[in-house]
Design a binder for this molecule. Structure first.
Ligand code: NDP
Ligand code: MG
Length: 385
């Protein structure tokens, strides 16, 4: 039986992961949920605790944690809190896999805690790899721990790579991008975008932060960095192609120019399930892909002039060091300000770029330095905006 610690259980990925767990358990692949963790949504967390009966729960926010303790006193499920609670959940003794589906940099320490406790990590929390890729991958190698991608593009590449004969046979990775809700718009038209408009994604239903990232194409930039760390591929060997239908989730090209792709409906339960059951493939609740209903699949070049966050991320990766951490932190803050109505849509790339230029080059690369670069970038954006 698989034993799972689920961080971010009340979010878009978290709730879909629990749906996968239900489906797998019905299909004879029982998954025991050992820990559930969230930030403050204790109403949903309580429902999940009553259904899945974990050994413990974590609520990041201490006030909400106390309220949950009162609400579930009949169950005798301990409720931990804060970053220590999250790290404890990530390294939970009886779990063998940790699915990290929290949003943002707060996921970095829990990911490291899971790796150090030698748990297999199913990773949705891409910010972790963008900011601390070198540390995370280094520790994973040291501890001989697998990091299984949950992000759909990375799961697609991971799936295509099963059967790759040798590392040097691989020529490049090709990430697909939906283009988001504003694909084809001009800068002039983007000026007055409201948060409500940015939160409507054409193909995927996701949390607020990643939905805005998809609209700015920052998400694809973060994903290029994520792919570079996960698969050990240099940035210049990673291509991005806009594919509006979100059916081809990504591709790999071999040196003989044969290209292998993974296709499916745009439903995160497919990559989540693959991470949970890897290397097995089991029956899915997601519908079959009926290609004839689509007729045509389209591909085009990204518009890097209008959607500057994508090239900014590539530049950040090329500069390396703490620059990706600064870019990620600046973006998290800028998205928060945009969603609060305090800055415009086009201020996001401006602030990310300014924070990137403000970040000095350095050789220092340890957890404290990454967390500090993140904090400073957030402050910089707050003061500059
Ligand atoms: P959501 O905003 O929907 O959910 C975030 C989850 O993280 C919630 O459970 C939230 O708890 C929890 N959380 C946030 N902050 C903390 C904290 N400080 N401590 C503990 N828990 C916390 O995000 P998504 O599910 O959309 O995204 C999660 C991650 O997966 C992101 O990194 C995203 O980039 C990545 N991803 C998401 C995809 C998607 O389809 N949604 C696709 C590919 C990647 P609470 O509800 O209490 O606030
Ligand atoms: Mg993705």
């Amino acid at each position: 039986m698989k034993k799972l610690s689920l961080l971010g259980s009340t979010g878009s990925i978290g709730t879909q992961a629990l749906d996968v767990v239900r489906g797998l358990s019905r299909g004879g692949f029982p998954v025991q949920v050992e820990v559930l963790a969230a930030r403050s949504n204790i109403r949903l967390l309580e429902e999940q605790i009553r259904e899945f009966r974990p050994a413990a729960a974590v609520v990041y926010d201490p006030v909400a944690a106390q309220e949950l303790r009162v609400r579930i006193r009949d169950l005798q499920v301990p409720v931990l809190e804060g970053i220590e609670g999250l790290c404890e959940a990530a390294a939970w003794d009886t779990a063998d896999m940790t699915l990290n589906a929290v949003v943002g940099m707060v996921g970095l320490r829990p990911t490291l805690a899971a790796i150090r406790a030698k748990k297999t990590v199913a990773l949705a929390n891409k910010e972790t790899l963008v900011a601390g890729g070198r540390i995370v991958m280094g520790e994973a190698e040291q501890n001989k721990v697998s990091i299984l991608p949950v992000d759909s593009e990375h799961s697609a590449i991971f799936q295509c790579l099963q059967g790759c004969p040798e590392e040097k046979a691989l020529k490049k990775l090709i990430l697909t991008a939906s283009g988001g809700p504003f694909w084809g718009w001009t800068k002039e038209e983007l000026k007055n975008i409201t948060p409500a408009q940015a939160l409507k994604h054409p193909n995927w239903s996701m949390g607020a932060k990643i939905t805005v990232d998809s609209a700015t194409l920052m998400n694809k930039g973060l994903e290029v960095i994520e792919a570079s760390w996960l698969f050990g591929v240099a940035p210049e060997s990673i291509e991005v192609v806009v594919h509006r239908e979100s059916i081809v989730h990504s591709l790999i090209e071999y040196r003989d120019h044969s290209v292998i792709a993974q296709l499916g409906l745009p439903d995160m339960r497919i990559p989540i399930q693959y991470a949970l059951t890897f290397p097995q493939r089991l029956h899915s609740q997601v519908e079959e892909l009926r290609l004839w209903e689509y007729g045509t699949l389209t591909f085009s070049e990204p518009d890097r002039e209008t959607f500057r966050c994508l090239p900014l991320c590539i530049q950040a990766m090329e500069r390396g060091g703490l620059v990706p951490a600064a870019v990620n932190g600046a973006n998290e803050k800028a998205v928060e300000l945009f969603l609060a109505g305090k800055i415009g849509f086009l201020d996001i790339p401006d602030l990310v770029q300014a924070a990137m230029e403000h970040q000095p080059d350095t050789d220092r690369m340890d957890l404290e330095a990454v967390l500090q670069a993140d904090r400073e970038a957030r402050c910089f954006v707050e003061e500059t905006a």
